[in-house]
Design a protein around this ligand. Sequence first.
Ligand code: NAD
Ligand code: DAU
Length: 339
Amino acid sequence: MKRILVTGGAGFIGANFVRHMIMHSDVEITVLDKMTYAANRASLSGLDEQRVKLVIGNICDGAVVNELVPQHDAVVHFAAETHNDNSLHDPRSFVTTNILGTVELLEAVRRHGVRLHHISTDEVYGDLEFDDPQRFTELTAYNPSSPYSATKASSDMLVRAWIRSFGVVATLSNCSNNYGPYQHVEKFIPRQITNILDGQRPKLYGNGRNVRDWIHVSDHSSAVQRILESGEFGRTYLIGADGEQDNLSVLRLILELMGKDERFLDWVPDRQGHDRRYAIDATPLRHELSWEPRYTDLRLGLEQTIDWYRKNRDWWQPSKSDTEKRYSYQASQAAKVAI
Ligand code: NAD
Ligand code: DAU
């Protein structure tokens, strides 16, 4: 595999994946990215321009997709609208990109006989009770809760239909919550770190007991590389690193690492339909593909992530105030509905 098309490669996980592949393989990469508010050109800065090219374009644009796909040996499809809170306020853009955009890619890989790896999320499985001993497996029934996760579930089903009906050569992966460098400040961990760096109080939804299964983005990248190189066609792999933590515990750790009192936070109204708990069982990936996560010390990972945001204010500052304005607007809209 020499040439890879990475959709959404200027976003958080896509950019980390591009960096990972440039360091750990000899591939050449084309990034296809619409450069929405979630993208940042600087996330790809410093990379060898002979090996990484950025094409600004929309995955819903059949002409662009059909020109690029046949020039590559594989497509790794990260591009999506990804933020649950936004999907509660503007679901249509999620349907367009996550569903219709995936169809454009599927039609192109089918037409040109190119391998696809589709990136998805554990949220397609809905949520677990706090005390449920089960974790999500490849056999767990789909039960998405939010408009975002419903569109991701739809995209997974479409990929499976194209595999079965048209013989498209594809793999899928569903990963748990990522954290690390280059993550947009709308997401939980970077939002709280950058609030604290700005002297603002972190915001915790509901009672803070919701559980997420954290994985360092570098471990997600190595898992995707392993699936690309050795995954069985047609298969779905779950990616997770046994990182379950409730939100309050994660926030307390961030506060401690940043030298703040554990009461330096605002309790804010809960997210509508807020999923309680996610938990991934990644046994098949570990056993069959011999993948192991390497960055499983959350304290160390958060320390390094805090350090990254401290040193890279130029990267996040330009989007911070718009993000917080969007949150205020969404809160005011939710309050109106509640009245
Ligand atoms: P992100 O929001 O940081 O980046 C998404 C990227 O996709 C952006 O660069 C954006 O410009 C691009 N994009 C959006 N619409 C596009 C379009 N129509 N055409 C071309 N590009 C478009 O997202 P992320 O957190 O990096 O997530 C990447 C993928 O991984 C998504 O498919 C997401 O569902 C999945 N995922 C994310 C997580 C997580 O914890 N963040 C966990 C599991 C799976
Ligand atoms: O599980 C994988 C998913 O993880 C991905 O598919 C999504 O693209 C990604 O955004 C993420 O979804 P979450 O909704 O879990 O992530 P988020 O960072 O928005 O929130 C994490 C938890 O923190 C969630 O329980 C809500 C809570 N939260 C979030 C924000 C932004 C807060 O308490 N306060 C906040 O300010």
